[in-house]
Every structure is written in C-alpha cells, then in structure tokens.
Design a binder for this molecule. Sequence first.
Ligand SMILES: Cc1cc2nc3c(=O)[nH]c(=O)nc-3n(C[C@H](O)[C@H](O)[C@H](O)COP(=O)(O)O)c2cc1C
Length: 336
Amino acid sequence: MRKEIEGKSRIWRAARLSVAPMMDWTTRECRYLHRLLSKETLLYTEMVTAPALVRGRALHLLDHDISEHPVALQLGGSDPDELAEAAKIGAEAGYDEINLNCGCPSDRVQSGAFGAILMQSPELVADCMAAMAQAVDVEVTVKCRIGVDDQNPQDVLPEFLEKIRAAGVDRVTIHARKAWLKGLSPKENRDIPPLDYELVHQMKASFPDMHISINGGIATLEDAQAQLARGLDGVMIGRAAYHQPADVLCAADPRIFGTGEVSDPVSVVQDMLPYIEREMQRGARLHQISRHMLGLFAGRPGARQWRRHLSEGASRKGAGPELIEEALDLVIARAA
Ligand SMILES: Cc1cc2nc3c(=O)[nH]c(=O)nc-3n(C[C@H](O)[C@H](O)[C@H](O)COP(=O)(O)O)c2cc1C
C-alpha cells in the first residue's frame, strides 16, 4: 500500500508537465530522446488498442527503454474486461500509469467505439475505469475532450468527471476543445473547434481533489507555467513538444519541477549516438530514430542545416550514426 502511495505521489508530480500521446510520433525512439532532454517530464506512449494487446498479443507495442520512466501507456478501447486485461499486460510490462483515450476522433477509432465518442457514454467509461483500476496497482487515468458534436460542455464535462471519479479515477487530462465526430479530419479536430481553457479551470474549482491537466494549443514553457500558476495541476504539450523539443523540454526540469539543470541539445545528440548504434545493431533504420530529432535545433543557429542534412541523408542505404555527427558539426560550426 505504502509503495502504491509513493508511486502515486511521484507520478502526480511528474504530471505537472507531460508530453502528449501522439500516434506515430511518441514512439519509443522519440520518448528516449525526450527523456534525455528532461528527466522529470511525464511521457506518454502512442495509443495502443486493447484488442491489439489482448486478442492480437502484439506485445512488441509495449517495448520501451528503462530510461523512459516515468512513462504512461495510453490504451484505446471500450470493453471493460478487455481494457482490464490490457491494463494488466501494460502494468506487467512496467508502465507507471495506464491512460484511457477518450479524445481521439479518427474514423478508425470511431468504428471500434473508442476515443472521443466515449464522451457520449460516461457510464461505460466509468465501468472501463473501474475494471482497469481493479486489475492493476498503478494509477489509471483518462484523457478526454470537453465534449463532442452538439453536447454542451458545461453540462457534460462535470457529469463525465463525476462519473469517472466515482469509479476511482482522480487524475485526468482535458484537451480543452470539443471533437466533432463528423465532417472534420483528426488534424482539423486539433485546430478548428475553439479552445475553452476557462472551462478546464472551472473544473479544477469544482473538483479540487482531482489532479487536472490541461491540453491543447499550449506551445511554450511560459504558457505552461502560467496555467500552473492559475491553479491547474498539470499541463500536457503535444505538437510543440514534438516540433520544438528543446524549447519545451530543455528547461523543464528547473522551471517546472525545481530540480536539475537546463539540458543542452548538443550533448543530447551526443548521448543519442550510442542508443542509435545499439538500435541499428538490432535492426532499426536510422530514419526511424532521426525523424524525431529534426526539430531539435528549431529556432537556434544551424537549425536549417541540421534538418536538411538529416532529412536528405537518413533514408539513404547505409546511413548510420556518422550522419548525425556530420549534421551536429554543421550546427556547431554555425553556432561558433
Ligand atoms: C500526430 C498526432 C497524433 C496524435 N495521436 C493521439 C493519440 O494516439 N492519443 C491521444 O489521446 N491523442 C492523440 N493526439 C492528440 C494529442 O495528444 C493532443 O491532445 C493534441 O495534439 C492537442 O495538444 P497540442 O495542441 O499541444 O498538440 C495526437 C496528436 C497528433 C498531432
């Protein structure tokens, strides 16, 4: 019990800043890079569907490096028993948290009745969460929207939180916009429905004992700090953390967590080299790893040369870690 409580307070702290789950982006290679940039920030996997784990036994989807902790597994699904089983498999694989996706609007996901469509079925979500909580010792959490389609977020969001809290969930991340299930692509659904940060702040006032993280359109550490200063418990950053990882993550440890030092993207690249070598020996292609590193110097001297050298060279046959070293030399030369 004591171990559980300690684990929870550690992860509640880590959740002050998190990198959002992003399909095809927050792969294990990406998370390895992000962890070198910040030791404290909570990292999320891409969504892994419960059927893939339970029926498909696709356990390779859970591969991760020990250095990634604290790291949360995001699940997609809507069957309580299957989600409970998937959560168990995830916790046994070593994940620190199991999160349920109630925010993703893609068609494929709608057809399986997972993701944002679950905002219409809070009772079912509560059943799923209760089953997951029962199955694992690690914390189970939800990532949701403020509503879907013609729902009124002022009504449905508090009802949703009430129901999941009653099922044992006390940490949630709210993407502060609706999802429109028909007519918008997943990409449009991340930009077009308007953001309503105030509603998320109202939820914190209404549910003061819950750990509430805000997500959507937060692009800098300053913005994250401002949200925390207004009383939210956590901030989740998606696209900005992926495209400008150094801007978002290098100063996160001292500024958000009050520990450690500002990390240096040049040393982080150097620390990636042995990892890249190791992964390539196990069969990875350079591009699989370097694609997540393209934005590392965004806004800094040499950014263009870095990006160009990697994007032109990484898919060539035989490309290896020396390409990264060459690109780094270009950055260092520009910065000198
Ligand atoms: C490429 C991409 C893939 C995404 N995949 C997922 C996913 O698997 N699960 C999920 O809950 N959200 C997913 N999202 C949504 C993000 O987690 C986040 O909620 C959204 O991008 C808004 O945050 P941002 O404005 O900081 O990017 C994805 C976003 C992007 C850009």
